[in-house]
Design a protein around this ligand. Structure first.
Ligand SMILES: [Zn+2]
Length: 259
């Protein structure tokens, strides 16, 4: 079939040939995709605002060899309110860039797509950007198999308790007193910060408190954890993804996203 349908968010674009643009998309059905938009660079382009970052599109592609060309599109949600305000635009773009950096092309993840949409909607409805960013990163870590060890020592597996924890981003979670010097730099983290992480993971976007501010301490911890996990290397990431896709494919009620 030379035609492919998908619903997706524009991550970013870059110039392509004299008049065209390359569009980096995160689609619900096929994961991250790269597609050509003919005439996208023309000043009086027929694309209008469709190629702006964060725009959600209903798309029809034409497969030409190894390339995809966008042939039809309809804007489902422009998210212009997020782009118009610097305090919302920065966090929103950070989230889509994270997804773009973590996923490979043709690596479908419909649940993560829905979580990203939920996070953007929560930003639109004026939830705290720090709270939304923390919640999205936690949900993403859980979905792609990077969830940190918060109850057991990440190195020896002993149960860890108390009101203060040693958290090692490179080791992948909390450390017991015996291992705390073995897992690289260990940050001292109050127990309530880890409890907030557990609660945010469970919370739906609709039930996220509208007046609560996100924890800056949890935000710093998550960014350090993400950076450390991404540095661990390509092969580990690939293994996680392969396991995740295998598990999703084995579900009896798996939707037809894969066919
Ligand atoms: Zn230990």
């Amino acid at each position: 079939m030379p035609f492919v349908k998908a619903i997706g968010l524009v991550l970013r674009t870059q110039p392509w040939r004299e008049n065209d643009k390359l569009v980096f998309l995160f689609t619900r059905e096929r994961g991250r995709l790269l597609a050509g938009a003919r005439g996208g660079r023309r000043p009086q382009s027929h694309w209008g605002g469709a190629l702006e970052p964060l725009t959600e599109l209903d798309l029809l592609f034409y497969q030409k060899g190894d390339h995809l060309l966008i042939t039809q599109w309809q804007i489902l949600r422009s998210h212009c309110d997020l782009r118009a305000e610097m305090s919302l635009c920065g966090p929103a773009l950070y989230l889509v860039e994270l997804v773009g950096a973590l996923l490979h092309e043709e690596d479908p993840h419909p649940q993560l797509y829905e979580e990203l949409k939920g996070a953007l909607a929560a930003l639109s409805s004026r939830r705290s950007p720090t709270l939304v960013t923390n919640a999205f990163i936690l949900k993403m870590l859980s979905l792609i198999g990077y969830w940190p060890s918060l109850e057991k020592c990440a190195l020896c597996g002993r149960m860890v308790g108390g009101s203060l924890f040693y958290f090692s981003p490179p080791a992948g979670g909390v450390l017991c007193p015996v291992c705390r010097h073995l897992g690289g730099i260990a940050l001292t983290v109050p127990g309530e910060v880890l409890e907030q992480a557990r609660q945010l993971l469970q919370a739906s976007w609709e039930t996220l408190p509208s007046h609560a501010r996100g924890s800056e301490e949890l935000s710093d911890l998550l960014r350090l954890f993400l950076a450390a996990q991404l540095e661990k290397g390509h092969s580990a990431v690939q293994t996680f993804r392969a396991k995740m896709r295998q598990a999703e494919r084995s579900l009896p009620s798996s939707p037809s996203f894969w066919t």
